[in-house]
Design a binder for this molecule. Sequence first.
Ligand code: XMP
Length: 517
Amino acid sequence: TILILDFGSQYTHLIARRIRELGVYCELLACTVKMSELKFKPKGIILSGSPYSVYDADSPHVDKAVWEMGCPILGICYGLQEIAWNNGGKVEPHDKREYGKATIQIQPGSQLFAGLPNDITVWMSHGDQLSKPPTGFVPVAHTPTSPYTAIEKHDSQIYGIQFHPEVTHTPQGSAILRNFAIGICKANANWTMASFVDKEIERIRNVVGPTAQVIGAVSGGVDSTVAAMIMSKAIGDRFHAVLVDNGVMRLNECQNVQEILQKHLGINLTVADAHDLFLGRLKGVTDPEKKRKIIGNTFIEVFEAEGAKIEAHVEQEGRGKIEFLLQGTLYPDVIESISFKGPSATIKTHHNVGGLLDDMKLKVIEPLRELFKDEVRALGTIMGIDEELVWRHPFPGPGIAIRILGEVTEAQVNIVRQADHIYIEEIKKAGLYRKISQAYAALLPIRSVGVMGDKRTYEQTICLRAVETKDFMTADWFEFPYDVLKNISSRIINEVPGVNRVMLDVSSKPPATIELE
Ligand code: XMP
């Protein structure tokens, strides 16, 4: 394991991504963690970048024991300055900030740059720089404005670089990280998805024990399906998956999900049909936040009631008690809650069925908490989950209720369902589904005049949304070929009763959001 200590840089999670891509397992912890509290012995430590300057009064610093761990250390950007600050070097604000691409000259004899060309392009983003290297360190790379872009101390195996190897703008970045993790730290490159499944199944069996039962909500999305699949492999029918039909899922979605999870994947699934309850409570509600609250609270209520039924049944048969709640938490959520954010940081609670834990006194079990989204997809594929499900666009918990502006009624839900179905079908036919990060149809309850046959129509509008994004925090609208749009529009207007106009949303996020509500 490589330990990454986070000083709050926006790129820290990318260090973890790059290391994992090398097949090396790594864990990310806040920079302030005490070495005595570690649950593993790291083969190497990476110190991340930071928005701070090492000389700021409130700047973060590592536990002094880091220097006594006896494993190689690599400092990146602020990490390099942290090394200097602790080991007798000198860091100063430089009048020439280096930001963006730069070419560095590598000096012979470097271990970090072994096998690389003499000049490489790197990505810089720093104001402070090293003006005197710490005792015993030798410079191994420079730029015209900074003589100590990279330093090394071979006897104690400490390395520092001023640039960011983790971003794609440093093309040789992965090679540098490989030199460190595999070449210098001698970490094992055996982190694969297949080995992950076996280890995780073993871990779950140990945690859950021989009789306890586990319950978890599934949605048909890739995260909950993969999590459920691992659970099911680990403990079979002692895992109870619950799919809540909230009345605002897509066309035939509930049946499709049931078919795949139960029949194809053999997961022990119960469907709680509560669509009348949800739609009844949504009656007359137009405020987006109220819709979300109603759906969230009703979901918890229905899930708990279903859990109680399952529990009664299991207990009656003398098969133990439900003791655990499965959650599909991913590593980005975990990082979000453990990253270093300074003294005033509030920790985000990242579960979405919070009430359950208090009422049912369940312990949380999270098989995906070490994985990134693309690793979950790879895992899904290995476990034999259909490609279509593995690559499904995200779908929000409140479903199409937040894609119907104004009141959510069964009739409005039906219109969106049909339009969305045609839209996605045509996107797939055109081979664009995987290029788009998220696409959906929404209903604008605005009436406008049209003509169909010889008749005047006065009907509602469908809004098409499609975005490209990496992290869903910012997004660009997707540029459709016109012929695809033409097809979609004419099919929706011809095939969906109640719609006589189709519009395309060309707003980026920010300032718009991906969902309309
Ligand atoms: P926005 O609209 O905030 O959406 O740009 C960003 C991403 O989050 C999804 N989203 C939700 N997912 N419950 C969810 O599970 C929600 O209440 C919710 N609201 C937005 C949205 O679909 C997009 O992928």
